[in-house]
Design a protein around this ligand. Sequence first.
Ligand SMILES: Cc1cc2nc3c(=O)[nH]c(=O)nc-3n(C[C@H](O)[C@H](O)[C@H](O)COP(=O)(O)OP(=O)(O)OC[C@H]3O[C@@H](n4cnc5c(N)ncnc54)[C@H](O)[C@@H]3O)c2cc1C
Length: 393
Amino acid sequence: MDKIIIAGAGYAGVVAAREMVKNHQKVTLINAEPYHQLTTWLHEAAGGRNQVDDYKIDLRELFPQHEMELIVDEIVNIDWKNRRVSGSHGVYPYDYALIALGSTPEYFNIEGLSAHSLPLKSLETARVIRRHIEREFMRYDEDRDVTHLRVIVGGAGLTGVEFVGELAEWLPDLCHSLKIEDSKAEIICIEAMPDILPMLPNHLRDLAQRELEAVGVRFMTNSRIVRVGEKALELESGARIDAGTIVWTGGVRAHPLLSDAGFTCDRKGRAKVNQALQSVDDAKVWIAGDCASYDWAGKPLPPTAQLATQMGKQSAINILHAIKNEEQHSFTPKIYGTLASLGPSRGVGAMVGIRTSGRFASLFKELTKVKYLMQIGGVRMVSRKRRAHLLQV
Ligand SMILES: Cc1cc2nc3c(=O)[nH]c(=O)nc-3n(C[C@H](O)[C@H](O)[C@H](O)COP(=O)(O)OP(=O)(O)OC[C@H]3O[C@@H](n4cnc5c(N)ncnc54)[C@H](O)[C@@H]3O)c2cc1C
């Protein structure tokens, strides 16, 4: 029997695995952790909402033993010429592989950025950020240095904006619990480009900025970070800002294992795929999600969960076709739009052509969460996450 492996149990990998199971196809899922991370909600976990561990789902809960072989291992090498991937604990040969290892932070060679900032990329990084902010705020009691109470977020794309929205809600509560005057806490979002949320129409960007400024967020657009040191950064203008916490959300690039493996990659390290999502280097390897470079309307698709899930599903379908010697199907992305939360009860965005803001946008965003949980774990998963207060519908 053909051996199929899926490397990575993120948005693309889990949806692909679900498709395989639905088609009674045996498959091996390899992931570094025994759980799936709800990455698109991690700004909530990092920003003090709920318990961090509620933002993960045990892979065994999604895929019981009889449905799927699960290997928890960190992949360290992809040897596509010899059809095997190696992990820290073993070597896994395959006949067909789906690589869906996601992305890592892009630091753009900014001096000191990777060493002195905290990325928001995984459950563990969300936990680290949350603890770091709590500790910094507690340290204020020791020396009364307001630098401890200043949080800088680098990047005003979706992740950065959603995170400052959470901070604006959480930090006043944190101050109250530590008996600190909440006006002393500062949230600064620094962006090199002229606008925040570049994927949204102008008036929605402006609305998001105004709403967040009204709750205390300070935006510095057209401000390029050129150097980062311990608890301080420097802008191109020469200005220096001290801060107890510096979080970096300014960009991602594909997992480095793709370029290390010798796949043909674009400038963001994403491996190039054909219309059927097969690697341009090897037709027995499909690549999906943030680590795939799929050209659409003249440029590679952006790294989003929305597209990762679609690519995961299409890759699984095409692998099933390959096994049966059937024709490969072209991938047609459906780009529904973007919804950005601005804290727990407000949002802004444009979805399926409908522009929305405020409470209604927030509700829309909650419904996208329900849809995803339904897709991977059915009603049971929706009600479990609802009980953990992750859903507000
Ligand atoms: C805070 C935040 C908010 C976001 N909000 C949105 C949003 O609202 N809408 C949207 O569409 N997108 C959003 N995104 C982007 C979205 O999360 C990513 O595009 C999506 O997760 C990509 O899916 P993927 O399957 O390619 O990779 P991932 O979901 O990152 O999955 C990769 C998997 O591979 C595993 N892995 C990595 N390296 C190894 C290794 N060496 N060995 C074994 N396993 C490994 C990881 O543990 C993980 O399980 C957001 C991202 C963040 C950080």
